[in-house]
Design a protein around this ligand. Structure first.
Ligand SMILES: [Zn+2]
Length: 200
């Protein structure tokens, strides 16, 4: 699901991919709390396995989580349907076991979609969640440029893609949260934005 311009309230969704990360996820959580914002974390299975407490922190603080594959393989777009299903199920199974939550959302690794991934989503029942603003925070662009790229076109219903994997993103996030506060725009979880369920 991509952004929906029919969203009535002045709301957007900030999303973080590729965590949880022991260095940066706690900093993200601290900022979100400071600005009373909610977000959605699309976690990589092998990171959930290593840092389950961080995922629990996210949920306890009112944020949502989603499946972002198990291995985040560079070859994800080339995997067989069977292998994709196994990546998604492995991540959901361990999250259920370690965190007690069944994730309903999937964020495509590298934004890749193909017929095999679509079949895997159908089999697993996961709902794909895209984005409408790609911040490019993992490129060599400066924090200032990344921030401008987001704020120059932001409007209600937007889904912003960030990564809780670098200090630059932390800098961008604080400026973004300040901007949203000034514009009276609220950041909410994906499930709250679209009135759907993130966890079962
Ligand atoms: Zn990713």
């Amino acid at each position: 699901m991509n952004s929906n311009k029919n969203i009535k309230k002045n709301q957007v969704s900030i999303t973080f991919d590729d965590g949880p990360n022991p260095e940066f996820t706690p900093l993200v959580l601290k900022l979100l709390k400071k600005y009373n914002a909610k977000a959605t974390f699309f976690c990589i299975g092998q990171n959930i396995k290593r840092y389950p407490e961080l995922v629990k922190d996210c949920i306890q603080q009112g944020h949502s989580i989603g499946n972002h594959t198990y291995s985040h393989s560079n070859y994800f777009g080339f995997l067989s349907t069977k292998k994709v299903i196994s990546e998604l199920q492995q991540t959901n199974t361990l999250t259920k076991k370690l965190i007690g939550v069944t994730m309903q959302f999937y964020r495509p690794a590298f934004g890749v979609t193909n017929p095999r991934i679509k079949r895997a989503l159908k089999t697993t029942g996961l709902q794909s969640i895209g984005w409408s603003i790609r911040s490019l925070d993992t490129t060599s662009r400066s924090a200032d440029k990344v921030l401008k790229r987001i704020t120059k076109k932001i409007s209600r219903g937007d889904i912003i893609l960030l990564h809780d994997t670098s200090l630059k993103t932390i800098v961008v996030l604080e400026q973004l949260l300040l901007f949203l506060q000034q514009q009276n725009i609220e950041s909410v979880t994906i499930d709250s934005l679209f009135k759907i369920k993130a966890h079962a």
